[in-house]
Design a protein around this ligand. Structure first.
Ligand SMILES: [Ca+2]
Length: 400
């Protein structure tokens, strides 16, 4: 009884702090000026907003980072690092980026700032590294000096090298204790996700300089890769630090069906491919099981698949009716997917699809200016437009 009571108290505290920490004043025009007049208002269940196009002319953008000085960095899958300054895309991309293999689903992926970026200047990247005839996901960090990356340090390379073109992950996030987390998919070889002797189908935890924490869950297990934090992850392409709990949340692609949201906790097994709501692309059954002892049940399951990529937990003063909701990009289903969370039971309880048909949403974030930015890799319908672009959602009535 006391157990249940303390759980109720802690969730009450969580919600109280949710309301406090989630409401902070944000500068309106940190990254882009507001337009002179509002655009067409889009009405949704709880928030009405208009769409302001912020950046256009991109070539398969993948990740974005908002610098505290109002500039912005964008990765393009082909290997470019693009700078946006005063709302304009620099013609020259940033020099000193790592050699990237733009191959199948791989390429230049995430870009994330260190939580103490203003003191140390570290910027983190995930990308596909060529390894002879093979490749794997790599993690590196560097600092920005003018239009060059300097102090480049490779922190991690997936092992063993693999020849496949699938499921590289890869997103990066820092939890509230400052640990570096990143994801790698199963590389198209699903059974690897259950074996601890390789880096496919997992989420990893390191110190910010690449060292391995001695309390990682499998450090003492013979033959296990010590960077592993969770296993059984098929291909997580959305990852965010929860703004209240400080924990890492992910979304991941299922096969046909079985896309998931999960909370990443030490040593957990998320089940792929032993448990899933999905089936093979050819319709054959992977497993009849959706639950198993010792395996985590997803916080939310999308069947049929939306192909999630990019994730944010809404916070701040712009969209109070959405605060605490998980928003997810949808590649195949081309929309912004909003999930309301029952935090007591850690389960998604309501889904809304916003901006349907906007294009393949690759990433989305709540920026330091408080606005939700949505990155579209490209339109599925190439007759509409062929570039990648970024929009922000501006609530009706927002003033300078
Ligand atoms: Ca799962």
């Amino acid at each position: 009884m006391r157990h249940i009571f303390s759980a109720v108290i802690s969730f009450a505290v969580l919600f109280f702090s949710l309301n406090l920490t989630l409401a902070q004043e944000s500068p309106t025009e940190l990254y882009f000026s507001l337009p002179d007049s509002e655009g067409e208002i889009i009405e949704t269940e709880k928030v009405n907003f208009y769409v302001q196009e912020a950046v256009s002319g991109l070539n398969s953008p993948w990740g974005m980072a908002f610098l505290p000085d109002g500039r912005m960095l964008i990765t393009e899958k082909s290997g470019n690092l693009v700078m946006v300054e005063n709302g304009e895309v620099h013609e020259q991309s940033i020099g000193g980026v790592p050699e990237v293999l733009d191959f199948g689903q791989g390429g230049f992926m995430d870009v994330v700032l260190h939580p103490n970026y203003e003191e140390n200047g570290w910027i983190y990247f995930s990308y596909t590294k060529p390894l002879g005839e093979n490749n794997h996901t790599a993690i590196a960090r560097a600092r920005l000096n003018g239009h060059e990356l300097i102090d480049f340090e490779e922190l991690f390379v997936g092992d063993p090298p693999m020849p496949t073109r699938f499921h590289f992950g890869s997103r990066i996030a820092f939890d509230s204790n400052g640990y570096l987390f990143f994801s790698i998919g199963d590389r198209g070889v699903m059974n690897l996700a259950q074996d601890l002797d390789n880096h496919a189908g997992k989420v990893f935890r390191l110190y910010d300089d690449g060292r391995i924490p001695s309390d990682n869950p499998f450090v003492d297990e013979a033959g296990a890769k010590p960077e592993i934090f969770t296993l059984g992850n098929r291909n997580p392409q959305g990852m965010v630090t929860h703004p209240v709990t400080g924990e890492i949340w992910t979304n991941e692609h299922g096969p046909r069906g079985g896309d998931e949201i999960n909370i990443i906790r030490s040593g957990r097994n998320f089940g792929w491919p032993l448990v899933t709501h999905g089936i093979n692309y050819n319709g054959s059954i992977i497993t009849e099981k959706t639950e198993m002892e010792g395996m985590e049940y997803p916080l939310y399951n999308w069947t049929p698949s939306i192909a999630p990529s990019g994730m944010a937990i809404v916070h701040g003063d712009r969209y109070p009716a959405w605060n605490g909701d998980a928003i997810n990009g949808a590649l195949a289903q081309q929309h912004v997917n909003r999930i309301e969370i029952d935090y007591d039971n850690e389960t998604g309880i309501h889904e809304e699809r916003i901006l349907q048909g906007i294009g393949r949403v690759r990433d989305l974030r709540v920026a330091p200016d408080g606005f939700i930015y949505v990155m579209v890799e490209r339109m599925a319908d190439r007759s509409a437009r062929t570039d990648g672009f970024i929009v922000r959602l501006v609530p009706e009535g927002t003033t300078r």
